[in-house]
Design a protein around this ligand. Structure first.
Ligand code: IMP
Ligand code: MG
Length: 183
């Protein structure tokens, strides 16, 4: 099991498995609505997945414009929980087919907010691609159009995803299982 900065990290999805799935997802995406396509990577967690998926989409024949939006959740109570824009996109989605890319679909709040925002701004269509889907954590009625993998109910790190700002750089998706010096 890999040890990174004193933590044992069990691999859930290897770089090879992820790369194969990205190619398959790009082949699915190319069959969808792609007129004047605007791809929006939802930061920060999706930056590595988006970089790989966008290149797989290029190999599948697509030439999207690429944008970035940084979103953050706030509040912990069920009533007050919401999503805010930390850094917005620069382009206008009006009349365009939009593909939102995110790392994990969990409660569904972040991506529902992003989809509704783009529709309010006049996007012609909004589809959603996520690397991981944690279905058991869903709190709102929301599904993605393209899903890399169903994710077990663990807190995962790597391939762009962090715990307390660490482990985004790992080339695989894993689970922190403990301290390496305690075995
Ligand atoms: P939600 O769907 O609004 O609950 O938000 C999902 C977001 O929470 C994802 O985009 C991630 O940024 C973050 N997140 C959820 N689960 C995990 C995890 O297991 N590891 C790292 N980040 C996570
Ligand atoms: Mg995120």
């Amino acid at each position: 099991m890999p040890v990174v900065r004193g933590k044992m990290i069990e691999t859930l999805f290897s770089p090879e498995v992820i790369a194969t799935r990205n190619t398959q997802m790009a082949a699915e995406i190319v069959k969808g609505r792609n007129d004047d396509l605007l791809v929006i990577s939802v930061l920060k967690g999706s930056f590595i997945f988006a970089a790989d998926l966008i290149r797989a989409m290029h190999h599948a024949g697509l030439a999207p414009e690429v944008e970035f939006i940084t979103l953050s959740s706030y509040g912990t109570g069920t009533v007050s929980r919401g999503v805010k824009i930390i850094k917005d996109i620069d382009s206008d989605p009006r009349g365009r087919d939009v593909l939102l890319i995110d790392d994990i679909l969990e409660s569904g709040r972040t991506l529902r907010f992003a989809r509704d925002l783009m529709l309010e701004r006049g996007a012609k269509s909004v589809s959603i691609a996520v690397l991981l889907d944690k279905k058991v954590k869903r709190e709102v009625d929301f599904e993605a159009d393209f899903v890399g993998f169903e994710c077990p109910d663990y807190f995962v790190v790597g391939y762009g995803m962090d715990v307390a700002y660490a482990f985004r750089e790992l080339p695989f998706v894993g689970v922190v299982t403990g301290d390496a010096d305690k075995i």
